[in-house]
Design a protein around this ligand. Structure first.
Ligand code: GDP
Length: 396
């Protein structure tokens, strides 16, 4: 079996193991490094060649699709990451970095359970960071923090170890202020991001390294060492010792919830039906045998396959060739193909169970925000997607 076939069969295996799935988004203020980070995560997980990462902007790259002749849906990528001897399926949903696309950020947040909030160490938390973090929290999506561009603090701003830490403390405190204001009441304490438990990482997406407390303990590398590596222009060595993708994906696996953990507290806030009903319990338990409940989060056009609806399967299992019902529009359709993602490609499969991100071909006239269910078992729609806009600034 080729490496590619092995990976695909691994993904198809892991999609039935919700404990080993993480559905995540990366959110950031524009220019804080979201694209660079996403590219390097994919390269690190062996999903694209490392030459493509960084310079070539994989997730923004339409021409790539033509050049390679494969189906790339830039909005979604999946990768397999090994953590403490187990493989995990990590589905990464792209989120636009600009507030003009605020609606899309909310949509993406509806599909995921966790978010990596990227903050540039030089600029700190900016208004758009606050907006996207608020959007995540409003959807009950748990955050972890990545403080990026640390190389610039050292090489350009010439900060020493003490000054670095002061800056980090300030960024972490602002993030936690938002988290304690907006996270679900009973989860607030647990969701605060902390250096001590490894839910905050520091690094350079550009130079491909990162550290958090777990990695510091494992490798013995501390902040003074980081200063030395940067000052002595040895960041390549650092990237080999503490690779960005290992550290970040490890943090995702360890601190962001699996679908079956997160659906238990998310479903009551995004679905207004009766939680005690069979549909409600099916979703709360991420039950692949429960009634079908899919929320469409994105619709795109593929030049070969036509309309592709992407969504999150919250309950039941979506199969190819079955009739489905659109709760909002009262329309019907028959699924032609259902698929999951492998790197940036879509891979068709026969069925996609609860807890996964599904790509559906043949869901004609689906729109983002639509709820899909079984044809003979109509369910209540998911809550509409509202998005938070920028706070209005008034000048006195
Ligand atoms: P996005 O708008 O959040 O997707 O940001 P990009 O990933 O496009 O990064 C914006 C700019 O910052 C690009 O010129 C990157 O090369 C640069 N950049 C990203 N991460 C780092 C980093 O860790 N260190 C440095 N020095 N530059 C970075």
């Amino acid at each position: 079996m080729s490496r590619r076939d092995k990976m695909i069969s691994k993904i198809k295996e892991l999609m039935y193991e919700p404990d080993y799935i993480r559905n995540i988004g990366i959110v950031a203020h524009i220019d804080h490094g979201k694209t660079t980070l996403s590219d390097n995560l994919l390269a690190g997980a062996g999903m694209i060649s490392s030459e493509l990462a960084g310079d070539q902007r994989f997730l923004d790259f339409d021409e790539q699709e033509q050049a390679r002749g494969i189906t790339i849906d830039a909005a979604n990528v999946s990768m397999v990451h090994k953590f403490k001897d187990d493989d995990y399926l990590i589905n990464l949903i792209d989120t636009p970095g600009h507030v003009d696309f605020g609606g899309d950020v909310t949509r993406a947040m509806r599909a995921v359970d966790g978010a990596v909030v990227v903050v540039c160490a030089v600029e700190g938390i900016m208004p758009q960071t606050e907006t996207v973090l608020r959007q995540a929290l409003k959807e009950n999506v748990r955050p972890v923090l990545f403080i990026n561009k640390v190389d610039r603090l050292i090489n350009e701003l010439k900060l020493d170890s003490e000054e670095l830490q002061q800056r980090f403390i300030k960024i972490i405190a602002s993030a936690n202020k938002l988290i304690s204001n907006m996270a679900p009441e009973e989860l607030k304490k647990e969701w605060l991001v902390k250096v001590e438990d490894g839910s905050v990482a520091f690094g350079s997406a550009y130079h491909n390294w990162a550290i958090n407390v777990d990695i510091m303990q494992k490798t013995g590398i501390n902040f003074n060492d980081i200063l030395d590596y940067c000052n002595e222009e040895r960041q390549k060595e650092l990237a080999e010792k503490v690779p960005l993708s290992d550290v970040l994906l490890g943090m995702v696996v360890e601190h962001l919830p699996s679908p079956n953990i997160s659906q238990a507290y998310r479903v009551p806030s995004i679905w207004s039906g009766d939680i005690e009903s069979e549909e409600g319990q099916g979703m709360i338990n991420t039950d692949p045998d429960g009634p079908l409940a899919v929320m469409v989060t994105d619709v795109s056009i593929d030049k070969h396959a036509g309309e592709i609806a992407t969504g999150r399967v919250y309950g039941g299992t979506l199969e190819k060739g079955t009739e489905i019902f659109f709760v909002g529009s009262h329309g019907k359709a028959r699924t032609q193909q259902v698929g999951v993602y492998f790197g940036p490609e879509r891979v068709n499969t026969d069925r996609v169970p609860a807890g996964n991100i599904v790509a559906i071909t043949g869901a004609r006239n689906a729109v983002a925000g639509e709820t899909i269910c079984d044809i003979d078992r109509k369910i209540e729609a998911f809550e509409g997607l509202e998005h938070i806009s920028e706070p209005v600034v008034t000048v006195a």
